[in-house]
Design a protein around this ligand. Structure first.
Ligand SMILES: NC(=O)c1ccc[n+]([C@@H]2O[C@H](COP(=O)([O-])OP(=O)(O)OC[C@H]3O[C@@H](n4cnc5c(N)ncnc54)[C@H](O)[C@@H]3O)[C@@H](O)[C@H]2O)c1
Length: 385
């Protein structure tokens, strides 16, 4: 059903099962499902892409949150139809493609609803947030809709990380033997946020980043989780507010990951890539969120960095979540690529297969999870006296 006051035309049709994407029409009619933190920014970017290159038009949004609908309508100044029910959106025949940015536990249901209505779908990460859920969903997609889903790992579209990957691929630091990737929020997940756990929710970004940058998959993993600080400042329930992961690639390559919601001074995203002939650093913490520096250093004797580039991040004219300050341009670029693939009937560069791979790694690390009770007590001589 439409929210009262919305005006729309479009024919209802029965939902039908299809296994291939519908033939796109120009411009692609886009629906955004979920208008929370991510949905709102995806809708904004869709608006911009529509006016910049005519690739798409924002045809409808769907949300169960009336306030979010009002906020969206007033921010966009548009008369975009707003549905309060995804089933009605699916039957409306108003859209060719859909952006799904609802709570993780609804991803499978919502993605399938729109796929069965003939849409190709951009789905926010993670796929489902659990290993069993991901395996079942990925198997179904593989069987019936192998080209229907693009997954939202926006780091792969981030200019600073892309530059670092170029340096790696050019061999400027030689063979890589260690990669460290950190993602720290300045505060807890917001009240009401539904998280599958800090590693499937946040760490999955770093895991995918490491797999992408190295072009390799680890063979084993472990994790360490703690509840330190911010968990007591939110109603959102999460297993840990701080976690570490170690990834072993089996032959002199390791990955180290750090995620937390306790970096009270501001959002922190840093990656350090260690090679036999130098290292590449992406991002160093700075309360000025609008500059990301990528620097590469050679061996100790060298007096100059071998590469140094500063990237200005996008400034939005409204206050937005801190991760959007850092990754805004990447979020927009991933949507542009999604639309281009839909227009050209091309496969997506990131799919359910990448989501499942990252979740398999996260799940293995969570299986080998070290907690306080697993730690060795320290045997101080002074206490034995
Ligand atoms: N790529 C990233 O960097 C990134 C960052 C944050 C969140 N995310 C992902 O995006 C997704 C959403 O996260 P968020 O932070 O925006 O959460 P959020 O809680 O702010 O938003 C979720 C929205 O979904 C809406 N919703 C729930 N049921 C609905 C339904 N049946 N129909 C329509 N709307 C419905 C809720 O009203 C809410 O507004 C999650 O899967 C999360 O993991 C990705």
């Amino acid at each position: 059903m439409l929210f009262k006051g919305d005006n729309v035309s479009g024919n209802s049709q029965e939902t039908s099962q299809i296994s291939t994407p519908s033939t796109p029409i120009q411009p692609l009619r886009v629906a955004v499902v979920g208008l929370g933190r991510m949905g709102m920014i995806h809708a904004l970017h869709m608006h911009e892409l529509a006016s910049e290159n005519g690739l798409c038009s924002l045809a409808a949004v769907s949300t169960i949150d009336r306030n979010a609908a009002d906020r969206f309508l007033s921010l966009s100044g548009s008369a975009t139809p707003v549905f309060d029910d995804i089933e009605a959106l699916a039957k409306s025949n108003l859209c060719d493609v859909a952006i799904i940015a609802t709570n993780t536990e609804l991803h499978r249901e919502h993605a399938l609803t729109m796929i069965q209505a003939g849409c190709r779908v951009f789905l926010e990460k993670p796929l489902t947030g659990t290993l069993e859920g991901d395996r079942a969903f990925a198997a179904l997609l593989e069987r019936a809709h192998p080209d229907a889903v693009m997954l939202g790992f926006q780091r792969r579209f981030d200019a600073p990380l892309g530059y670092a990957k170029q340096l790696i691929d050019e061999g400027v630091i030689g063979r890589i033997f260690k990669i460290y990737s950190a993602l720290e929020d300045s505060g807890p997940a917001p009240n009401g946020f539904l998280s599958p756990g800090i590693l499937p929710d946040m760490g999955i970004h770093n895991v995918d980043e490491i797999v992408w940058l190295t072009g390799r998959k680890p063979v084993s993993a472990l994790s360490i989780g703690s509840r330190i600080f911010s968990h007591s400042h939110t109603t959102a329930h999460e297993d840990f507010d701080d976690a570490l992961m170690l990834l072993d690639f089996g032959d002199e390559l390791i990955g180290q990951l750090q995620v937390s919601r306790n970096h009270v001074s501001g959002y922190r995203g840093e990656t350090v890539i260690y090679g036999e002939r130098g290292q590449i650093r992406i991002g160093r913490f700075n309360q000025n969120q609008h500059e990301v520096i990528v620097e590469a250093y050679g061996m100790r004797e060298a007096s100059q960095p071998i590469a140094l580039k500063s990237f200005e991040t996008r400034r939005y004219s409204q206050p937005l979540p801190e991760f959007i300050d850092r990754f805004g341009a990447a979020y927009k670029q991933e949507l542009k690529v999604f639309l281009e693939c839909c227009r050209d009937s091309e496969p997506f560069p990131i799919t359910h297969r990448d989501g499942l791979c990252a979740q398999e790694i996260v799940a293995a690390a969570m299986k080998a999870s070290i907690r306080k009770q697993d730690m060795a007590a320290i045997d101080y001589a002074e206490q034995r006296r």
